[in-house]
Design a protein. Structure first.
Length: 764
């Protein structure tokens, strides 16, 4: 009996008895290494060569299949790669099983074919088996019915597309395993290839597209709007129509016959002749015969309607069109652009186009807008050049208010291309003869100075874009009307279906919020983290933020915005000196119980008065525009442009000259005190500054350490070395100078040239 025969007999004994056994490894005939054989708890036979032979080498030498080592009653659940969590059956045109693909817990995909002669009934290979695409009968029915077929990368994505109401397929083996003979199924079909967001997915999509382009009616490559693949896209709540077209010519070849010429198609498929290309492609034949597809007809109808296709400076494509006497501007990927395309086609044909045709048409127009259209500016709620300001009313007629130094008027036609976000709400028609004084009944401010500061912020919120906007900080006890005051201001500047927002999770969330609304209002904050404080500074005085685009390795997405901001909370939120320099801080008094109103009555009264308040605000803006060029301030504070703007409006508001600067100066002094008091070193630094100090940053840190308790020293904010102390001093120096202290850093006149601080009270 040979070594192999003895081993097979021993395997049968081990399987029956469950005992372990050691034999000579049949894969090493010239040596005699030991081979351990035993049965695992789950019934599998475990084989290990102590000389290092692999599992595959052993079973090949014994002429076994890996499945022969599986337990007799577990063949359906176990694979050579481990337990199967899913099994996908591939069938022929009549629905007869051909082979199966198993999915294991570690995302391996072993394949097996039926084999009645084997112990398990399966062979773990596809030798001699006809290869077909997944869900073949369903795909053939969809081709006959001219339905769109989604080609994805795996069986799990197929199930996801089907659950969403579509028809989908894939090839066995995943990315890179597409076979040319699969294409014969797709003759005359409308195909959408969903590319995974990785290099393998990109190459696979290109391979499939080049295979199908010669036979299918149309082939488009798309990717998930959210996530990596189709499963992520649907799980995020996106629809089948929401897949994003891959129209970037330099990134991937667009395989869309509605916007490629025959020569371009042939260039992408050098192995095809023109006759071969036309033989199985009815859409291409229709194009050459001058016949329009639904997609090309929609694109033509949009262009013939007089619509303007253009891009903004970030390369985003827009569609500006007239409809029912109003001019609208929308991103080409927006839902409104799709509805407009459907509307035009329905008018022309008295029937609705399918979603794929609309997507095809808009993808073509997007390329036209980006590559051939002009570059134009778009604006959100507000636009202006310093002499004329336009404010989008946000109503269904797309009207605006135009403000000049001579007055304001509501207009239906204007030169500005306003865009609208999903949450934008309409302003009421302002009325002449109104007054901002009516607003005071609806905001809880404690003094005339605070009232002037609040009105100044309100006027600044509608200054022409591109200029600094102060941050309005509202704080006070519970019941002081902080959120209500913030909402009232929002209803006058930039009403939204979501008036107040919670704190953003990161800078990306904040900048996305600023990109979709003119006013950013953050409600009920407990504190400002340093990153959020810095980000609000950039929003106030201008700045951008760049990050890697989601689900890409190299693409960068840029956010840039300059917006008015409101923050509110119980405690004083702006404590860092750079944000305080850009802020107006108002502490709201508690509202006595006898002065409270019900929510219903309060808002009914406010909305009734809002048109007159809005008219008074516009009158003040007219006054500011008329006088701004003649206003000169004796001293320029931080946010000097904002201060000049409000001073210019004083006559229109009926204020005494200089009253706003007095209120602003007092608020600035309060901010300087708060910045020092909020700093962990502030109280001790004020005490030391009163006595006078001169020395290095390390000397200063040592002096301050002697004046505070252990709790302050152990806090995260306490400077740990001289360099950190120097950074704290540079941040607080402007505040200390404003409070009457002389702060100077200089180098001593010695060979060491140390940097010294001189701190003392300014006696001048």
């Amino acid at each position: 009996m040979s070594t192999v025969e003895r081993l097979l007999a021993r395997l049968e004994q081990v399987r029956k008895s469950g005992a372990s056994w050691t034999a000579r490894c049949p894969a090493h005939q010239d040596r005699n290494p030991s081979l351990s054989i035993k049965v695992a708890d789950d019934g599998r036979v475990l084989v290990k060569c102590h000389a290092g032979c692999t599992f595959e080498e052993i079973v090949r030498a014994v002429e076994l299949e890996p499945s022969d080592l599986l337990p007799d009653d577990h063949h359906a659940e176990w694979t050579p790669r481990g337990p199967a969590v899913a099994v996908y059956t591939y069938v022929d045109e009549e629905g007869q099983p051909l082979f199966e693909v198993c999915r294991t817990a570690d995302k391996q995909f072993p394949q097996r074919r039926p084999d009645p002669g084997s112990r398990s009934g399966w062979r773990w290979n596809l030798d001699g088996v006809r290869r077909v695409i997944y869900r073949l009968p369903e795909v053939l029915k969809a081709v006959a019915a001219s339905e769109t077929i989604f080609v994805v990368e795996g069986e799990k994505d197929v199930a996801t597309i089907e659950a969403a109401g579509g028809v989908a397929t894939c090839n066995p083996g995943g990315a890179g395993k597409w076979r040319a003979d699969y294409a014969q199924v797709f003759v005359g079909a409308r195909v959408v290839i969903v590319a995974d967001r990785d290099e393998a997915g990109s190459k696979h999509a290109d391979q499939v597209a080049k295979s199908l382009i010669a036979v299918a009616a149309s082939v488009r490559c798309v990717e998930a709007a959210v996530g990596k693949d189709a499963a992520d896209h649907i799980a995020a709540g996106c629809k089948l129509d929401d897949f994003q077209p891959l129209g970037e010519l330099a990134r991937r070849e667009p395989i869309d016959l509605t916007d490629l010429t025959v020569d371009q198609i042939l260039a992408a498929n050098p192995a095809l002749s023109k006759d071969e290309l036309l033989a199985g492609n009815p859409l291409l034949k229709a194009m050459l015969a001058g016949k329009e597809t639904v997609a090309t007809e929609i694109a033509r109808l949009i262009c013939d309607s007089g619509a303007l296709l253009f891009r903004d400076r970030d390369g985003i494509a827009y569609l500006s069109f007239e409809d029912a006497g109003r001019r609208e501007t929308w991103p080409l990927r927006s839902r409104r652009a799709k509805l407009y395309a459907r509307e035009l086609y329905h008018r022309a044909r008295e029937k609705a186009p399918n979603g794929q045709a609309v997507n095809d048409a808009l993808a073509t127009l997007e390329a036209k807008a980006v590559f051939d259209g002009p570059e134009l500016d778009v604006h959100l709620r507000l636009a202006g050049d310093g002499r004329t300001t336009h404010i989008d009313l946000g109503d269904a007629a797309w009207r605006a208010v135009t403000i000049t130094p001579s007055g304001w008027t509501i207009v239906g036609e204007h030169p500005v291309r306003f865009v609208r976000s999903r949450g934008i709400a309409a302003l009421p028609d302002p009325v002449t003869g109104g007054s901002l004084k009516m607003l005071r009944e609806f905001v809880n401010v404690g003094s005339d100075d605070d009232w002037r500061l609040l009105v100044g912020w309100l006027l600044a919120a509608w200054r022409p874009p591109g200029q600094p906007y102060p941050v309005l900080g509202l704080n006070g006890e519970q019941g002081s009307g902080k959120s209500t005051t913030a909402r009232v201001l929002r209803e006058l500047v930039d009403p939204s279906t979501v008036s107040l927002r919670a704190a953003p999770h990161d800078v990306r969330d904040l900048m996305i919020s600023a990109s979709s609304s003119w006013l950013v209002s953050l409600d009920n904050l407990s504190h400002l983290q340093p990153w959020l404080s810095d980000a609000l500074c950039r929003l106030a005085t201008g700045g951008g933020f760049a990050t890697r685009e989601l689900y890409t390795d190299a693409d960068e997405i840029l956010f840039e915005a300059q917006r008015p901001v409101i923050i509110n909370g119980i405690e004083e939120l702006a404590t860092r000196s750079d944000l305080l320099d850009r802020s107006i801080l108002l502490s709201l008094p508690t509202i006595p119980s006898g002065q409270r109103r019900t929510e219903e009555q309060y808002w009914a009264d406010f909305y009734k008065a809002r048109p007159a308040i809005l008219g008074g605000l516009l009158d003040a803006l007219v006054g500011a525009l008329a006088r701004i060029d003649s206003v000169q301030l004796e001293t320029l504070p931080r946010m000097a442009d904002f201060a000049r703007w409000t001073v210019a409006a004083e006559p229109a508001l009926g204020w005494e000259p200089g009253s706003f600067m007095a209120a602003y100066g007092g608020n600035r002094a309060q901010a300087h005190e708060l910045a020092v008091e909020a700093s962990v070193v502030g109280p001790a630094l004020l005490e030391l500054a009163g006595e006078g100090f001169e020395g290095t940053s390390s000397d200063l840190l040592a002096e301050l350490t002697e004046r505070v308790d252990e709790k302050a020293i152990k806090s995260r904010e306490w400077p740990k070395n001289g360099r950190a102390m120097s950074g704290v001093m540079k941040r607080l120096a402007p505040n200390l100078r404003a409070l009457g202290y002389e702060i100077e850093q200089y180098r001593e006149a010695t060979a060491q040239r140390r940097r010294l601080w001189r701190i003392r009270r300014d006696e001048s």
